[in-house]
Design a binder for this molecule. Structure first.
Ligand code: ADP
Ligand code: MG
Length: 377
């Protein structure tokens, strides 16, 4: 029996109608490009959030989660409104709101996605509930439409200024693939990505750093990008072609805006180059692109932190083909592409260097490109 069904029985003393699972994701490459209408290349994890759901006929929603064991939240669907309830249950309450249904339900959540590490436990939670309500209530939304609507849950209901990548990855990924998502075109391409088959592992190092200032810094980077686009007379930095980068940078004049713009424009190109390298089975090229992306986000976008930089350096010193921070930055996780036989010693090195520096012990694990959300019971 899965943890969500068990919690459901324990709390509500009845059987759920069904259980749905949605994965977290790692963004292989393409950081801080999504809100610039650019390109990203995420893949779904085997780590999943489970939602056990049962329909109610009185328009009430009740929500509980193994990860917040002391709370059971109750809300009438008629009272759903953005921002309410505040906190974790808003991620669930905002789903029926975005799906425009006033049918009530009981839901129990259990998750193996690390919360707050940049692996998108938030979208995993929203998408597990979203797919569940869509199927249970027969709402008939396509996965693309579900991704669009569940993105509204996070943006407008919870009020988190995220791009749409997380919901796209959680709902549309397929096993052994990453998704090349072009935000401007709203197009999705499945790119074959099977590191294990090629003798590699994707190692994740969660630094456990959760910087309190991350939200403010994220907003500041967005503003820099918007300001750069405005100065260049374009809608977003996506409109700056890689071939025209130098002349765009000359026009900007301001050192900080030059650096931000250079990161976004070169990062979009690296996403395309990574997809091409994967198509060509050129793993060393993939590794080089990952490391180049880290250098760019560290030096030009200034969204890394010392723990991430040390993790990346140690992974590379241990023989990784490439390594970079992933997610919004200022903490969270780094990823590396490591030959399977070097993975164990790479992990040991990172652990011991973190200990030598007096850092919190990192959480290190391997991720496998996995399928998107599905019903499991
Ligand atoms: P990330 O998506 O990188 O894990 P976020 O800050 O976007 O980090 O989302 C984390 C938030 O999502 C948590 O603080 C909590 O409010 C909510 N959340 C995610 N997973 C769960 C869960 N299993 N149970 C309860 N709340 C969760
Ligand atoms: Mg999130």
């Amino acid at each position: 029996m899965n943890g969500a069904a068990r919690l459901f029985r324990w709390i509500y003393e009845s059987e759920p109608d069904g259980v749905w699972a949605a994965p977290g994701r790692v963004n292989l490459i393409g950081e801080h490009t999504d809100y610039n209408d650019g390109l990203v290349l995420p893949f779904a994890l085997q780590e999943r959030t489970l939602a056990a759901i049962k329909q109610r006929d009185d328009g009430l929603i009740r929500i509980c989660s193994s990860q917040n064991p002391n709370e059971i939240i109750g809300i009438p669907t008629k009272e759903l409104a953005p921002g309410w309830p505040a906190g974790w249950s808003g991620y669930v309450a905002g789903v029926p709101w975005a799906l425009e249904t006033d049918i009530g339900f009981d839901v129990a959540i259990d998750s193996s996605v690390p919360v707050g590490s940049g692996l998108s436990s938030s979208a995993a939670l929203i998408c597990a509930v979203g797919l569940g309500l869509n199927e249970l209530f027969g709402l008939g939304f396509s996965r693309r439409e579900l991704a669009r609507r569940t993105h509204l849950t996070e943006n407008e209901y919870v009020g988190a200024p995220t791009g749409g990548m997380d919901q796209i990855a959680s709902l549309l990924c397929i096993e052994g693939h990453a998704i090349l998502y072009d935000v401007r075109a709203d197009s999705v391409d499945q790119i074959h990505f099977d590191p294990i088959g090629a003798g590699f592992e994707v190692v994740v190092v969660d630094t456990m750093v959760r910087h309190g200032h991350a939200g403010g810094e994220y907003a500041a980077r967005r503003e820099d990008c918007e300001l750069s686009a405005a100065k260049l007379g374009v809608a977003t930095l996506r409109d700056v072609a890689y071939a025209d980068l130098d002349s765009a940078l000359d026009k900007l004049g301001d050192e900080q805006l030059i650096k931000r713009t250079r990161h976004v424009v070169t990062e979009n190109q690296r996403v395309l180059d990574t997809a091409a390298a994967l198509d060509a089975d050129d793993w060393p090229a993939v590794g080089e692109l990952l490391t180049a992306a880290h250098t760019s986000i560290r030096d030009d976008f200034e969204a890394s932190c010392v723990e991430l930089d040390i993790a990346v350096d140690m992974l590379l010193d241990s023989g990784a083909l490439g390594a970079r921070m992933t997610g919004g930055g200022f903490g969270g996780a780094a990823i590396a592409l490591v030959a399977t036989e070097k993975s164990e010693s790479a992990r040991r090195t990172v652990r011991s260097v973190f200990a030598d520096n007096g850092f919190v012990p990192p959480h290190i694990f391997t991720v496998v490109p996995s399928a998107g959300a599905t019903r499991i019971a």
